[in-house]
Design a protein around this ligand. Structure first.
Ligand code: SAM
Ligand code: SF4
Length: 439
């Protein structure tokens, strides 16, 4: 078999969570630092599929993508690298199932991507799913290009072991990046134009360094000149420390938005999920956060059809949604993941029952989202402009509550503008730049 030549161009395609988007950006920077240039997936010499293993459908996408890549119209054959959580979970099995894959690299080993690609270019299949003690972040080059919004991973892995979830197995144990490393990266991102930084972690509110918690980090970032907005995601209800809740009322740059997954409204199911919180403790956290920041927009994650979920359990989930009044939320049908305790539990819920519950839950969440958006009509707020819209002169940005707002404006991407919210749909708002009153 002919060995592929050393690649000159690359394409990184990220699936799944924001941490994967961040990892994808870091892989792109690493490959650029090695002299490769970015290209479309249709003609890049190296294609990195940065995969997600959280649900079965997400994991299967990688194989359909590989199928497309090996049937390019021009007959060219890229080096295919599978990165991310599917790579970690399936390892060398991927290359057995899809022999055209040259590199398999896990989320803790992608700083070694250039050596692995070199091996693949030499005709070998290179697999690295180590979780090395030496932190990958030190081995990565500095941050490069940036837009007005940036992700910054501060914490990785998870020790919570919810019974349905693969993350503790694919991302490893909970590790916080050191304070100075995070602050240096934040400054670099701001120097390159970031106005908003979202701090990321599977359990971001469990971040700690030498007795300092996430709220200390947020307070320090609040003082960085040039940074206008701070966000963080995803949080666990048990790690919502008092200091972090207070920060929502005290830190001006911390946006009024909190993504706090609860998963189910039934304490029996929460126990089976090993969530280690109850519906009551969750609602108490929500109450305290609302007391600190009354206009906060709340978001959550839900799983329906977890093994043993009865109609009553599901009704309890609808009730916690009604009680919380979300601005938006994600809901998923339970997907058994190999190797997790829930996958072998009795009483798996039939697919049609789970489908029907998902539809009912989503209808309720959508109605709440529309109501939240409609309640902001008439408000004047700031909007960070992020990208161009479909129409000439139209830009799209985000409100402090993470709503997408479309407006016609002469301002530029990256500007923070005052906007009057004029209309609301379920997924976006219409606005107009506020006319400044003469003094
Ligand atoms: N660490 C976060 C947490 O605890 O909420 C997020 C983890 S996960 C990347 C994002 C969401 O995927 C979870 O909150 C959960 O709702 C969903 N999820 C995880 N495993 C799942 C599974 N096996 N089936 C369906 N949804 C799942
Ligand atoms: Fe998965 Fe639970 Fe950890 Fe979230 S807290 S990453 S759902 S194990």
């Amino acid at each position: 078999m002919n060995s592929p030549a050393a690649p000159k161009t690359f394409h990184v395609k990220s699936f799944g969570c924001q941490m994967n988007v961040y990892d994808g950006a870091r892989m792109s920077e690493l490959l650029e630092a090695e002299g490769l240039s970015a290209a479309d997936s249709a003609d890049a010499d190296l294609v990195v599929l940065n995969t997600c293993h959280i649900r079965e459908k997400a994991a299967e996408k990688v194989y359909s993508d590989i199928g497309r890549l090996i049937k390019r119209e021009d007959g060219s054959k890229p080096i295919i690298a599978v990165a991310g959580c599917v790579a970690q979970a399936e390892g060398a099995e991927i290359a057995r199932r899809a022999p055209s894959v040259g590199v398999v690299v896990g989320p803790q080993a992608y700083h070694r991507l250039p050596e692995l690609v070199a091996k693949a270019a030499g005709g070998a299949t290179a697999v690295d799913t180590d979780m090395p003690a030496e932190p990958k972040f030190k081995a990565l080059p500095g941050r490069r290009r940036q837009g007005p919004t940036a992700f910054l991973t501060v914490q990785e892995g998870c020790d919570k072991f919810c019974t349905y979830c693969v993350v503790p197995y694919t991302r490893g144990a909970e590790v916080s990046r050191p304070w100075s490393q995070v602050m240096d990266e934040a400054r670099a991102l701001i120097d390159m134009g970031a106005k908003e930084i979202t701090l990321l972690g599977q359990n971001v509110n469990a971040w700690e360094d030498d007795g300092r918690g996430l709220h200390d980090l947020i307070a320090a970032m609040d003082k960085l000149p040039g940074l206008e907005r701070i966000r963080y995601t995803t949080s666990h209800p048990n790690d919502m420390a008092e200091g972090l809740i207070r920060a929502h009322g005290e830190v001006e740059k911390l946006m009024p938005f909190l993504h706090l997954p609860v998963q189910s409204g039934s304490d029996r199911i929460l126990k089976a999920m090993n969530r280690s919180h109850t519906t009551e403790s969750y609602l108490r956290v929500i109450e305290r956060v609302r007391a600190a920041r009354p206009d906060i927009a709340l978001s959550g994650d839900f799983i329906v059809g977890f093994p043993g979920e009865t109609d009553e359990d599901f009704e309890a989930t609808l009730r916690i949604v009604e009680a919380t009044r979300y601005a938006q939320a994600y809901s998923f049908k339970y997907s058994p993941r190999p190797g997790t305790p829930a996958a072998t539990m009795d009483d798996q819920v039939p697919a049609e029952v789970a489908d029907e519950r998902l539809q009912r839950l989503q209808a309720l969440i959508n109605a709440q989202q529309l109501a939240f958006n409609q309640a902001t009509v008439g408000r004047r707020t700031n909007v960070l402009l992020e990208r161009r819209g479909k129409h000439p002169g139209q830009l799209i940005g985000k409100s402090p509550w993470l709503q997408s707002i479309h407006l016609e404006t002469e301002a530029a991407i990256g500007d923070l503008v005052e906007v009057d919210i004029l209309s609301a749909g379920p997924n976006s708002l219409g606005g107009a730049e506020a006319v400044k009153q003469a003094a």
